[in-house]
Unconditional design. Structure first.
Length: 265
């Protein structure tokens, strides 16, 4: 049985300013995503150039932060917001929703695409392989904060989280999600997008893989206390929100390769 290290959530202080690990993990995700984006921007089929990557990052960061926070409020914790509206602004305390962030990023990519006169899916296919870097960094932030722990388990690597309401060993589900949503998803998308693919194919694969990984991870992750299980003693909000992603991703890939075959014939 392992025990969570109980990291200090504050990485360092600069006078009255406290820099939290959670914020730093997001910063790392954005910086590495920007660097990888500049590499992709050098490809002859890239819809943007290296100089435009900085603007694209700004739009995406705005979508992630605003969409992620608003999504968490709407999908997971609306009652807390009603009781304490300023809680919405305390992002450093944790509480970001991937699905809300995804909606924010979709809007940001649409906005940016209009600005640079590019089709929405040209931008989406370009951005999709960069997203797992931020997802993985965020899951490390969750682990450092000791939040979003897993369900009780008797496996040898079960971990006790002092922040949990008991001292039961639990799955370190944040690390499971880091491995799936961060590492495996990045490898698959980076490899798949290393060659030109039909428009919408990369975006479709992202939706399918993330949705499947998240559905699997939810079987090990403790559901949010304020929501619990939504049905049958095992369905969670994360699974409910991820299933449409898988369906939408499959539809995009079918359309993408169907259009490609039509052009070839």
């Amino acid at each position: 049985m392992l025990r969570h290290p109980q990291f200090d959530p504050v990485a360092f202080s600069l006078g009255p300013l406290k820099v939290h690990w959670y914020g730093l993990t997001y910063l790392v995700g954005f910086v590495v995503g920007w660097w990888l984006g500049r590499i992709r921007a050098r490809k002859p089929w890239s819809p943007i150039n290296e100089e435009q990557m900085g603007d694209l990052l700004f739009y995406i960061a705005l979508g992630v932060v605003l969409g992620g926070r608003f999504g968490y409020v709407v999908f997971y914790n609306f009652e807390t917001f009603l009781a304490d509206p300023l809680w919405l602004l305390r992002v450093w305390e944790g509480g970001m929703s991937f699905h809300g962030g995804l909606i924010g990023v979709l809007l940001a990519m649409w906005w940016f695409g209009r600005k640079v006169n590019r089709h929405f899916f040209q931008i989406a296919d370009f951005v999709a392989p960069l997203v797992p870097v931020g997802l993985g960094a965020g899951r490390i932030g969750n682990f450092i904060n000791g939040e979003l722990w897993g369900r009780p388990t008797d496996v040898s690597w079960g971990m006790v989280f002092p922040q949990a309401p008991d001292l039961l060993p639990r799955h370190p589900s944040q690390l499971y999600q880091f491995a799936m949503e961060g590492v495996l998803l990045f490898i698959a998308l980076w490899w798949f997008s290393s060659k030109p693919r039909p428009r919408m194919a990369v975006s479709g694969l992202f939706l399918v893989l993330y949705g499947c990984f998240r559905i699997v991870a939810e079987f090990y992750r403790q559901p949010d206390a304020q929501l619990g299980y939504l049905a049958w003693g095992w369905v969670t909000m994360g699974q409910l929100l991820s299933l449409p992603m898988v369906v939408a991703g499959l539809i995009l890939m079918v359309f993408a390769y169907g259009a490609e075959r039509s052009k070839a014939s």
